[in-house]
Design a protein around this ligand. Structure first.
Ligand code: CUA
Length: 346
């Protein structure tokens, strides 16, 4: 109740300002797991506020009741007040921390790590079959939609689409250093560790756009390693899957046709892939449907002509130390054509 009330306002402000549906907050869950985490987060917040309030009231009361100075009262006559140190300094903190510790452990137990090790329990006991693999890279997310039928597999980046109303199992791995995937509205954090496969089960109760973030310091652009979870109703999701399976759109306008030539003949194709073309690089985000994504550079900047041009020519200013170099060799026309090509890759 409380969270619905207090965060409705914030959500509206976020909508007005940024066009994003839901802020990154552990206090407002939009799925089974996140709801449970939100309840504990609210309990912790309320306890913290209550303790702080009581402390300030006692402090004010102490000041109000102050009589004379320490010299006047030497030797200090505490009048049996020491017991309050034991109560306020030991008994109360031990009580509160024990309750939170037990509740926290209990919550951890609800989300077992699936895989080779770790206990499984209850309804989650069945062998998990991940539908999606997320790979952490410095500083972006590769997202592979898995399928036993290899023709139904595809790769995308930084924008995770999920169907609403059912759980989706995801395996997470790291390519270089440790990262941590965190979409607060949907679940807690899961670490991406090189050489280890971890799992998370994401479920959202309603369609919406949920922001995520890398939550483990992973280098210079850790803060610009963001992720968007786009949760859609099952029909929209199925349509999105079908659209993503298609190869990159063939350019039709003169600008886009020229842009494709720039893309394929230049350095872009060495690192990026556009399925259906000769561009088959795999060290950078798959651009087959880049035009359909809301943001670029791991959700750091809006996906529009201006930012695409800036990103191509001055990535090192926008995101220093990212692997994307400053490509300043293109003429103005070439750059415009290149962006026209990328934008029509819907
Ligand atoms: Cu990846 Cu921090």
């Amino acid at each position: 109740m409380i969270q619905r009330f207090s965060f409705a306002g914030l959500t509206c402000i976020a909508l007005l300002l940024g066009g994003c549906n839901f802020p990154q907050s552990t206090l407002e869950g939009h799925g089974a797991a996140a709801d449970r985490i939100a309840r504990l987060s609210w309990l912790m917040t309320i306890l913290f506020l209550a303790v702080t309030l009581i402390m300030w009231v006692l402090l004010a009361w102490g000041f109000a009741k102050r009589r004379g100075t320490l010299e006047e009262h030497a030797p200090i006559d505490s009048d049996g007040g020491e017991i309050w140190i034991a109560i306020g300094g030991l008994a109360v903190p031990i009580m509160i921390l024990t309750v939170l510790f037990v509740l926290g452990l209990n919550l951890l137990n609800d989300f077992p790590i699936h895989g080779m090790h770790g206990a499984m329990s209850g309804a989650m006991h069945e062998r998990m079959k991940p539908e999606i693999r997320i790979t952490g890279n410095q500083w972006w997310w590769q997202i592979d939609y898995l399928n036993d039928d290899l023709t139904q597999q595809f790769t995308t980046a930084n924008e995770l689409h999920l169907p609403a109303g059912r759980p989706v199992d995801i395996e997470v791995v790291a390519k270089d250093v440790m990262h941590s995937l965190w979409i607060p509205a949907l679940h807690g954090k899961v670490d991406l560790v090189p050489g280890v496969t971890n799992y998370i089960r994401l479920e959202s109760s309603e369609p919406g756009i949920y922001e995520g973030q890398c939550a483990e310091f992973c280098g210079a652009q850790h803060a610009h390693m963001r992720l968007l979870a786009v949760v859609e109703d099952p029909e929209t999701y199925a349509a999105w899957l079908q659209a993503q399976l298609k190869p990159g759109a063939e350019p039709t306008t003169p600008e886009a046709i020229a842009g494709q030539q720039v893309f394929l003949a230049g350095p872009c194709a060495m690192c990026h892939q556009v399925r259906g073309t000769l561009a088959g690089g795999s060290v950078a985000p798959d651009l087959t449907h880049i035009g359909s994504r809301k943001f670029i550079a791991a959700n750091s900047f809006p996906n529009n002509n201006a930012y695409l041009e800036a990103w191509i020519t001055h990535a090192q200013s926008l995101k220093p130390e990212a692997l994307m170099p400053d490509l300043t060799q293109f003429s103005g026309t070439q750059l415009q054509d290149l962006v026209a090509y990328l934008r029509q890759l819907q």
